[in-house]
Design a protein around this ligand. Sequence first.
Ligand code: BGC
Ligand code: NOJ
Length: 809
Amino acid sequence: MRFGYFDDARREYVITTPRTPLPWINYLGCEDFFTLLSNTAGGYCFYRDARLRRLTRYRYNNCPLDSEGFRVYIKDGDTVWNPGWQPVQTELDSYSCRHGLGYTVIEGEKDGVGARQELFVPKGELCLLIRLTVSNNCPVKRKLQVFPYLEFCLWDAMDDSSNFQRNLSIGEVEVKDPAIYHKTEYRERRDHYAVFWANRPFDGFDTSREAFIGTYGSPARPQAVFGGGCTGSITHGWQPIAAEQFDLTLGPGDSESIIFGLGYIENPGDEKWESTGVINKKKALAMMARFAADDAFDAALEELRQYWEELLSGYQLYSGAQKLDRMVNVWNQYQCMVTFNMSRSASYFESGMGRGMGFRDSCQDLLGFVHLIPDRARERILDIAATQFPDGSAYHQYQPLTKKGNTAMGSGFNDDPLWLIAGADAYLRETGDWSILDEPVPFDNDPALAKPLLEHLLRSFRYTSSHLGPHGLPLIGRADWNDCLNLNCFSEHPGESFQITGPSEGPVAESVFIAGMFVKYGRALADICRHRGMDVSYMMDAVAAMEASVLDAGWDGDWFRRAFDAAGHVVGGKECREGQIFIEPQGMCVMAGIGKETGQAAAALESVKERLDTPFGIVLLDPPYSRYYLELGEIGSYPPGYKENAAVFCHNNPWIVCAEAELGHGDRAFEVYRRFAPAYIEDISEIHRTEPYVYSQMIAGKDAPDFGEAKNSWLTGTTAWSFVAISQAILGIKPTLDGLLIAPCIPASVKSYSVKRRFRGAVYVITVENPLGVQHGVRELYVNGAAHEPGVIPVQKAGSTVSIRVIMG
Ligand code: BGC
Ligand code: NOJ
């Protein structure tokens, strides 16, 4: 069942009922000011950091779901309704929500009155704009009242949701028509406040939640709206809110719009006050003035549209396959931007308080983002590298506001260092900007310890090669990519974090997955160093030795093993009762080319197909763990079929796509892609439940009672890897250090397609023809009409348009 449809021409997903299986959200803002917004106008805002600078409140785990947001109440006689249905839930005569690229439009109609809420964060601004347009579609005059409402958060979301003994006494606001200023803690150490304004004077306001909603009231039945209107309350402590009232009289066919804004303002320490206790509103007033008129609102929205048009023009596919084109051209790239911005911090499944930027997560996000805005990717790589320790290991997370490593979490995740190579390598291949390697970057955020980025990459390599276990495989540390395989943890007490319990190192537990990474990214680093004229023989020796160890101790007969635990027992082998085969090493080792010549790679992928395939994607392992095993950690804490315990953990499905493509299996590569790509499963939204326009982290596996149900949408490494899988592995447009390589690996049934791809300043218009119906192999290649040897096309002149014709066979 569907709950909406893709409007490809407008690059929107149009939701046609407010009763989606879960709130279906969008992200507004792509620089410093962000808003999460659901299809019923639920959500919240923050400046840069969802934990440390939260502007509006949101209660996770609330009942009813999605209660807080940017709601507008419309009062028409005795009827009260919201254009997005929530929170009053008055039945609407019509409803739609259009989630577009960085903006959302929600429209509702009730008894001949239409209301449209357009929301976006203008480029370069620290505010959310909301335009409400109310229309009278009836032949008679209508008197209406409208009330926008939101609840402020006292800045630190964690503290806000726990430290009530203090927080219920500190809330402060200031009101100056038509704006409400939230200035809690501004009187002491903060130099920032939030402001909610309208572009016309209001007819009433409230800043106390108790006054507007009622002590025992609810947002579904605010006392002020259902009663006599706003009360003019000024809150002292308790819960500061912004509610405003506007009385409208609309003649037949009339419509009126009001522009609201929620802004974030910072003032220098010596310019905080206008007079004693009165905040300096200069910047806020200037912001309000910039968006006072409809044409300014329209122009800013148009600028945002242009921005996305330009960004997406860097990779456009024309395949004739509607679902594929919409994934590649719009939604996958859009989600890559969101994961780049958020890492795993704030979604409807990530509270914004738990995790900041993840080291491995952000490195992988770069893989799908680097072609969009290479300069921001560059900056990110340097930020991440600055959280590396001098020995090459790394902080596992850092806060976006401070860019400092998170000491509570610390280090010890032994895959982390190698992901830095992956990110830097992707950047170099995309841009050819070798200067990044010479950029001085601190270790442990200490500028005194700065060394060129290249040295960071070398230390990543060295960290792995110098931390090997008894089988010559890398030590796993706290965990590798699979956060739940905690082989040195041995946690016996409820509530202990699997991430930080136990020693961060153990001398025995080894990871075959990290070994695969070492081969793949070790080679990539060697290529980079070779380019710089360095001697890489020691690297290639270490890589060769690792490959041999994988094929020896890491090979189980029909697939790659997963690990050795702290007692030296195999994890992910036939001798195991549960967890006999894991997906991760099959994907990573085959992507690294291990066993490609000698047959193990093909056998491993065959085993994946036999043992792990399901109609909803490939599960992470099989058979699932039926109980908690002390020696394995968090993985067995999940019921069978969920999360790392045998869900379809989408992130590593594209690894299998890439691995299949590595072996030239185009039919199978696409089949794997198709099963978990959101646009292809739109029709089963009632089972899948999360947004059909973005990837989710997991889909309940075959062993779960609700097989096929997804969770954790939006913030997942699936996004970047899926874009790599489709754009590079399948469609075959691969940036290399020396130029663009076109090496498609497609279903035999695909006859042709073309791709427009920006690369190092030139535009490549690539057409691929497949007259013989093969799955891979390039027979002829033409560059601007001239025959060219199949292989890498050298970098073309910036500013030029290059036409490439590829004939497979
Ligand atoms: C989840 C993992 C996640 C980890 C992060 C675990 O509970 O299952 O997916 O990476 O927490 O801390
Ligand atoms: C989600 C985490 O964000 C990611 O870092 C990890 O690799 C996967 N879970 C698997 O555990």
